[in-house]
Design a protein around this ligand. Structure first.
Ligand SMILES: [Zn+2]
Length: 360
């Protein structure tokens, strides 16, 4: 298997955080699973854990209340078998789970695995349902320092000197395109394990294919590999954008005042948030911090993040009360705003709508 890893500190952290029950949702933000609007890439067929005969996880799976921001490609470093059968794929998934148990992990480290025959299998439990929801992320154990922000895909085989079979590569493109679509991840945010950890993974040949993979995924999702443009917000700034940052930080549990003035308190909270997400800790709200900070909202949601949307809409002339309750009035205003920006008027505040709210 590849040198998937989670650090000892991460493991001890898990032991203290994981409580009773089967679901741990970090963040405490009440939202609902729903399909992502404007879906253009259909979901590839993915075999769930129960179908391939996974054992139960050793501890509850952690579901984080934020989307992943990147994809990391691995190889399993197993034999380049010519057994392309579904049963062989199931056996490999069971083997990997057992190897990962043997390393003291709670479940398979990766979120998904693709066999050389082109079968896509769920790895860590709950990864499939969470991907279908498009809002949350299952904490993995596949790349040290990235497990809270990256979806990990294991590709069966060793690709140091061999090319992956066409069937596998085809499914890798399809899976990456679907993941990018579900989470609003740019095709430019597909990496190899070696980009982050000292490892050969995913092999020289597969690693060399990553630029092609990004291009092929970009063609599927039509993003041209571009990332959303976000405004820079930092200490000394003031106004509605700063309020948005402050509301979103409050939604993340930081006790700061929403006064629209980016001072030392806001800066400290931004740094702490960045640290918690494995981002560069500079106290400046730029593209990566924005992408991690925003929360998809819809009718029925409540809280500080809703206030951020209402306050932004008020500042644009919509007659709304900033009460933190996303009801029909807020929904109408969101739809009207979306129409005015040429966005799909679905009333859901996802990444594109957040981006338009803080950019214009
Ligand atoms: Zn790896």
């Amino acid at each position: 298997m590849c040198h998937s890893c989670d650090s000892p500190s991460r493991r001890s952290f898990l032991k203290t955080v994981l409580g009773i029950g089967t679901i741990v949702l970090i963040g405490g933000i009440d939202r609902h699973f729903a399909p992502v609007a404007n879906a253009t890439v259909s979901a590839p067929s993915i075999v769930g854990c129960s179908t391939w005969g996974a054992q139960s996880p050793k501890q509850p799976i952690t579901v984080l209340s934020s989307r992943p921001t990147k994809i990391i490609v691995h190889h399993t470093d197993t034999a380049n078998t010519t057994d392309y059968s579904l049963s062989q794929a199931y056996q490999l998934a069971r083997n990997i789970q057992q190897w990962h148990f043997n390393r003291g992990w709670i479940d398979s480290g990766q979120h998904f695995m693709i066999s050389r025959g082109g079968y896509v299998l769920e790895g860590r439990h709950r990864s499939l349902e969470v991907l279908q929801g498009g809002l949350y992320h299952v904490r993995g154990a596949h790349c040290d320092g990235q497990n809270d922000v990256a979806v990990g895909i294991e590709n069966e085989g060793n690709y140091m000197s061999s090319q992956p079979p066409a069937a596998l590569y085809d499914r890798l493109v399809a899976l990456c395109a679907y993941i990018c679509q579900q989470y609003g991840i740019s095709s430019s945010q597909i990496y190899g394990h070696r980009d982050f950890n000292a490892t050969d993974c995913p092999g020289d040949q597969l690693y060399a294919l990553l630029p092609q993979l990004r291009q092929d995924v970009a063609a599927r999702i039509g993003d041209g590999g571009s990332t959303r443009t976000w405004p820079i917000v930092q200490r000394g700034h003031s106004g509605e954008r700063v309020k948005t940052v402050q509301y979103l930080l409050r939604a993340r549990g930081y006790s700061i005042t929403v006064d629209g003035i980016f001072g030392s308190g806001t800066e400290s909270a931004v740094k702490s948030f960045q640290s918690s997400k494995g981002l560069t800790v500079d106290g400046i709200v730029g593209p990566q911090t924005w992408e991690a900070l925003i929360i998809t909202l819809r009718n029925g949601n409540t809280g500080e993040a809703v206030k951020a949307v209402q306050s932004q809409l008020r500042a644009r002339g919509y007659n709304l009360t900033v009460d933190g309750i996303f009801g029909s009035g807020t929904e109408s205003a969101v739809k009207s705003f979306q129409s005015s920006k040429g966005l799909t008027a679905d009333g859901i505040v996802g990444p594109q709508t957040w981006n338009a709210l803080v950019n214009s």
